[in-house]
Every structure is written in structure tokens, then in C-alpha cells.
Design a protein around this ligand. Structure first.
Ligand code: SDX
Length: 430
């Protein structure tokens, strides 16, 4: 049976282009030979209709609100597993056996310390530096320390770099937080699980014993699972493009952190909480809904809308449930910001504008309320997103490097600037 093709007509010519189908989801038109055979490019700023790669890691059905990591529904992974199990799944493609999980936990745990000279990088920042600025620098700096795990052609070194990234980003994130509040750094404690270790590095002080709250640790671990990977989003595409040149993997992850920082992407959790604080009271919601609908007002409901989800983001549902769990554990009876968020969601989901544009809460809408209740400042919210997404970035980076058809990413353009013109001497310019 011949491979399926689709014909593209341009002028008096037509060109047959192969169609490739995946295991689930939309098929693709392979336009690799389009320019050579037609002299034309496709044009798709923002890549709204463009598949940049083939991947086996994560699948999203935006219309149905489905998210699968290696085929497993996010709801089941969040309910039954822990974050390191999800890390193993994303990296290796299968759920670990008990022995594989114990070995993976052991290996990650024993890479959690960073070179002690890393502390000097933090001293160079003002205390009020945004922790995301610090993370871009600190993770990028790791590329100067691990020359024994940056030969990306060596599978062992790729896995060692991956383990180091997953293990050390929480330590650097905690150091960024401690530095911002003027408290001493807390070293990792190998007797604790991944997320309990992170909480202790953030909230323990030398002056007293720190007891990890198991309910909060489990909730944060689940939040990390929700944020672990998400197909070819902006920051993952940044990591892939940086990695396609053969750049140092730590530097590629730093590039992903930089991209995630933007308020349209991972920075939305910080922006959403600030928006709820600005709204201040449920009676102000209609004014902000009107602003969000006003084409002349740049204001958008942060934590709402998504490039892919045109239905409820499945992560937002689990996030909302986790928010109630955390507030209950902390004895917070009524959080005014949660009241505003729930009322804002209720109004928006019944408003014609949001219904017509299929705008639903996304993963960032409720996460800020939960993280604030846990004691994290808003500036740390995107750092926590980056901590969780590191495994997704590194899994996607490995998949790209190990793809035999991989080549450096080099998009083309539609040029609308000046055609050739001659240089004019300064004296003749008016
Ligand atoms: C993340 O890609 C990923 O998977 C990202 C992520 C991940 O896990 O990696 O899921 C994480 O980044 C979630 C998204 C977080 N960002 C926000 O919550 C910021 C607020 N949302 C918007 O900025 C927007 O919805 C985006 C950026 C998320 C998506 O934008 P798109 O796909 O480019 O859609 P668009 O901007 O073209 O919007 C379509 C229409 C526009 O109206 P029209 O021009 O068609 O008239 O919907 C409107 C927009 O004005 N719109 C909104 C809106 N989001 C879109 N109007 C009001 N409030 C909003 N939040």
C-alpha cells in the first residue's frame, strides 16, 4: 500500500507531500521537501499548526482535556505515584518496578548536593533579585562544573547529566529562596524523599528542628507531577532548539528556565496570584472580566486560556482539589483569594466571550493560592514550575539528541524588509 500523500497546488503546479500518522492525535504533512520542490516556505508564526518534531513522551488532547505521560493519564499518575516515579517514566518510557524505583530514588538522592563553590554565585546577586533570574544563572553555571557529563554523544553521560539536573535543581531553587530571605542555605538530607527534602531545604532553619508536614509534602509532590512535561510548549521548544546545536545540556535547561519565566507561560502562576490580589474582592470581578474582554485593554485573565486546551486543563482540576486539601491541612477556613478565584471561574465559564473562545482555567490558575498557603512568596512560584519541568525538558532534550534524524533547528522567514539598495555617504543623507 503506497504511503498517503496530500497535494499542494501553487500556480499551475501541484506537489504531492507525504502524510505521516502518529499513534494518536492529528496526522502531519511532511513538508521537508517543499522548499526544494516549490521554492516556497510555509508560514506559521507561533507554530499554531506546526509539528516541530516526532515525540513519544507526552500527548495532549486539547479538545477533550486529556494529558498522557508515556500513555498514562495524568490523573492516575498524580493519584497513585510520586514525582520521582513520573521522572523515571518520562526518562525511560515505562513505569519502574519496585527495584528500579528504589535504584532511581537512590541515584537522584545522591546527586542532590551542588559544588560548594556554587554558593559564591548567589553572593553576587542583590537580595531582592527575582529568583528566576538567579535560577537562569545558577543552572547555567552548572555547565561550568560537570565536564565529565557533557559529551552528549555518550549515552551514559547524557543520563548522568539528566540525573544531576533532576537532583540539583531543587537544591539550587531552595538556595535561591533562602538567599532572597537572608537565611542560611540548608544542605539536602538524604534520609528524606525528594519533595520533603526540598521543603526542608526551603523552610528549615539552623535554630530549630524542622518537621516535614507529610500532607503538604504529598501535595507539593503531586503539583510537581502535574508540571513535569507538556509536549512542545515554548520552554521545551527552547530547550530542544538550544540542544539541537549540541550545546551543553545544563546551558540548554537554563535557556528553558529563561523562556518559562514569561507571564504568558510559566510566569502566569505568579501573575495569576497578583491578579487575584489586585481584584481584591468578588464584587470587583465584573470590572476585570470586562477588561479581559476589551480588545483595547491588554489585560488578560492570568491562569485562563491555553494554546492547546480548548477544554478544562486536566491539571487545573487536580490543582483545585489539592488547593482545598492544603488549605484544610493548614486550617485556613476561607481564603479570600480562593473565594475570588472560584467566583471568577464561575462567572467566566458562563460568559459568552470565554465560552466562544474556549477559555478555561489552566494549571496556573489555582497553583499560586496553594503555593502561597504553603509559605512560598509569589516570586518563587515559577521557580517551582521550573523545578518540576526540568525532567520534561531533559527527557525531551534526550529524545531529540537520540533521534537519528536530528539536525540543528534553523527556521526560515517571510522577508518584508528592504530589497538591495546602495550605501549612501553621510553627507548625502537627509
Ligand atoms: C502555560 O504551552 C503549554 O503547554 C504551556 C503550559 C505548560 O505546561 O507548559 O501549559 C503552561 O504556559 C499555561 C498558560 C499560562 N498563561 C496564562 O495563563 C496567561 C493568560 N493566557 C493567555 O495569555 C493565552 O491564553 C495563552 C498565551 C495561554 C494562549 O494564547 P494563544 O494560544 O496564543 O491564544 P490567543 O492569544 O490567540 O487567544 C485567542 C483569543 C484572543 O482573542 P481574539 O484575538 O481571537 O479576539 O482568546 C483571547 C485572546 O485575546 N484570550 C484571552 C485570554 N487568553 C486568550 N482573553 C482574556 N484572557 C485570557 N487569559
Amino acid at each position: 500500500m503506497s504511503a498517503p500523500v496530500t497535494s499542494v497546488k501553487f500556480g499551475d503546479n501541484s506537489l504531492d507531500l507525504p502524510v505521516k500518522s502518529g499513534s494518536v492525535g492529528p496526522s502531519v504533512i511532511d513538508i521537508g521537501k517543499l522548499y526544494a520542490q516549490s521554492g516556497m516556505f510555509t508560514y506559521d508564526p507561533g507554530f499554531t499548526s506546526t509539528a516541530a518534531c516526532e515525540s513519544k513522551i507526552t500527548y495532549i488532547d486539547g479538545d477533550e482535556g486529556i494529558l498522557l505521560y508515556r500513555g498514562f493519564p495524568i490523573e492516575q499518575l498524580a493519584e497513585h505515584g510520586d514525582f520521582l516515579e513520573t521522572c523515571y517514566l518520562l526518562l525511560y518510557g515505562e513505569l519502574p518496578t519496585a527495584a528500579q524505583k528504589a535504584d532511581f530514588d537512590y541515584r537522584v538522592t545522591r546527586h542532590t548536593m551542588v559544588h560548594d563553590q556554587m554558593q559564591r554565585f548567589f553572593q553576587g546577586f542583590r537580595r531582592d533579585a527575582h529568583p528566576m533570574a538567579v535560577m537562569v544563572a545558577a543552572v547555567g553555571a552548572l555547565s561550568a562544573f560537570y565536564h565529565d557529563s557533557t559529551d552528549i554523544t555518550d549515552e551514559t553521560q547524557r543520563m548522568v547529566a539528566s540525573m544531576r539536573m533532576i537532583a540539583k535543581v531543587p537544591t539550587l531553587a531552595a538556595m535561591a529562596f533562602k538567599y532572597s530571605i537572608g537565611q542560611p542555605f540548608v544542605y539536602p538530607l538524604n534520609s528524606l524523599d525528594y519533595t520533603s527534602n526540598f521543603l526542608r531545604m526551603c523552610f528549615a532553619v539552623p535554630a530549630e528542628e524542622y518537621q516535614v508536614n507529610k500532607v503538604l509534602s504529598r501535595a507539593l509532590d503531586r503539583i510537581f507531577i502535574l508540571h513535569a512535561d507538556h509536549e512542545q510548549n515554548a520552554s521545551t521548544s527552547t530547550v530542544r532548539l538550544a540542544g539541537s546545536s549540541g550545546a551543553n545540556p545544563f546551558a540548554c535547561i537554563a535557556a528553558g528556565i529563561a523562556c518559562l519565566w514569561g507571564p504568558a507561560h510559566g510566569g502566569a502562576n505568579e501573575a495569576a496570584l497578583k491578579m487575584l490580589e489586585e481584584i481584591g474582592h468578588v464584587e470587583n470581578i465584573p470590572k476585570y472580566i470586562a477588561k479581559a474582554k476589551d480588545k483595547n485593554d491588554p489585560f488578560r485573565l492570568m491562569g485562563f486560556g491555553h494554546r492547546v486546551y480548548k477544554n478544562y486543563d486536566p491539571r487545573a482540576k487536580i490543582m483545585q482539589k489539592t488547593t482545598h486539601e492544603v488549605l484544610a491541612e493548614l486550617g485556613v477556613k476561607d481564603d479570600p483569594l480562593l473565594d475570588i478565584a472560584i467566583e471568577l471561574e464561575r462567572i467566566a465559564l458562563h460568559d459568552e466571550y470565554f465560552i466562544e473562545k474556549k477559555l478555561y482555567p489552566n494549571v496556573d490558575f489555582y497553583s499560586g493560592i496553594t503555593l502561597k498557603a504553603m509559605g512560598f512568596p509569589t516570586t518563587m512560584f515559577t521557580v517551582l514550575f521550573a523545578l518540576a519541568r526540568t525532567v520534561g525538558w531533559i527527557a525531551q532534550w534526550k529524545e531529540m539528541i537520540e533521534d537519528p534524524s536530528q539536525k540543528i533547528g534553523r527556521p526560515r522567514q517571510l522577508y518584508t524588509g528592504s530589497a538591495r539598495r546602495e550605501y549612501s555617504p553621510m553627507a548625502q543623507r537627509r
